[in-house]
Design a protein around this ligand. Structure first.
Ligand code: CIR
Length: 286
């Protein structure tokens, strides 16, 4: 549930939607840098550990079947934006990913989640560009997400301000910033991270504390039910690991996710977190 009373934001997630890894993932997932081979078996193990970490944070994980036609379909975050108990389906910026939305639509309907769609056919949006802070919606303006999506989200969620944030040189806004706890954004001290921070400081409606880490790869964390799931020390290095583990006021769980990073996937990208009121789910959804 989410509450805006008195500016307080608390989210209690009940469910996470994930998707199995398609057999086409290692060979055909979209990648900005194809120099490193993806190990599909290792990716499967990492996904299993990730699922267990989500379950430890108290959500029921619903895993949809993979679809080999869509090598990137494991990155479910990009197919919908969830705010409170409502969701808006996206129209992913890369044409090869648009067909992934249908399975998410079906899953959200089965869970009884009220759904809207982007009402402008020109709107392009990946969920990886959207940070809901509880006070407002920050939307990366990247190669994947455009201004028409900002306007569509304003109409879909008129109760929240929507703030565009230019993102250049990386895939999504959440590659350089995520919400870690109420009012706290993790941000990279890279030039892009600093630009994003300055934009949020000067144009956002909310006021945030920025927890700085050295590297973009360290910034993507999952804020879930009073915990943070973050990447392992092996993946992000001792300095950034310590900055996060000591800089946050909530317990952290670390997982290894580097096989997905080779295909530009972050931690947040493999789940869609939801709050489903009890009694609204259909019995069979996956
Ligand atoms: C893509 O290029 O669309 C995928 N290979 C990676 C998507 C990652 N999505 C995310 O972090 N939200």
């Amino acid at each position: 549930m989410t509450s805006r009373e008195g500016g307080f934001f608390a989210a209690t997630y009940t469910h996470a939607i994930m998707r199995h890894l398609p057999s086409t993932f290692a060979e055909h997932a979209l990648r900005m840098d194809a120099s490193q081979q993806v190990d599909a078996a290792c990716a499967s193990q990492q996904l299993q550990a990730y699922t267990e970490a989500l379950e430890r944070c108290g959500v029921r994980v619903v895993t949809l079947p993979a679809d080999d036609q869509y090598p990137d379909c494991v990155f479910v975050e990009d197919t919908a934006v969830v705010l409170g108990q409502r969701a808006c389906l996206t129209r992913p910026g890369h044409p090869s990913r648009r067909g992934e939305v249908a399975a998410m639509k079906q899953a959200l309907e089965a869970l009884g989640v009220p759904l809207t769609e982007l009402d402008d056919p020109e709107a392009r949006l990946d969920g990886g560009d959207v940070i809901f802070t509880g006070q407002e919606i920050l939307v990366g303006q990247s190669k994947r997400s455009n201004h028409a999506a900002v306007e569509s989200l304003r109409r879909a969620f008129p109760e929240y301000p929507v703030t565009p944030v230019p993102v250049e040189g990386t895939l999504h806004l959440k590659n350089v910033a995520t919400l870690a706890e109420e009012g706290v954004l993790v941000i990279s001290s890279s030039p892009l991270g600093q630009k994003v921070m300055e934009c949020i400081q000067s144009t956002a409606h909310g006021r945030y504390r920025f927890l700085q880490v050295d590297n973009d790869v360290s910034t993507n964390v999952i804020c879930i039910n009073g915990c943070v799931i973050m990447k392992s020390e092996q993946e992000i290095g001792a300095k950034d690991y310590k900055s996060l583990a000591q800089g946050l006021s909530v317990p952290v769980i670390a997982v290894q996710f580097d096989e997905f990073y080779k295909a530009d996937g972050c931690l947040t990208c493999c789940c869609l977190l939801l709050t489903v009121p009890s009694g609204s789910c259909s019995p069979v959804i996956a």
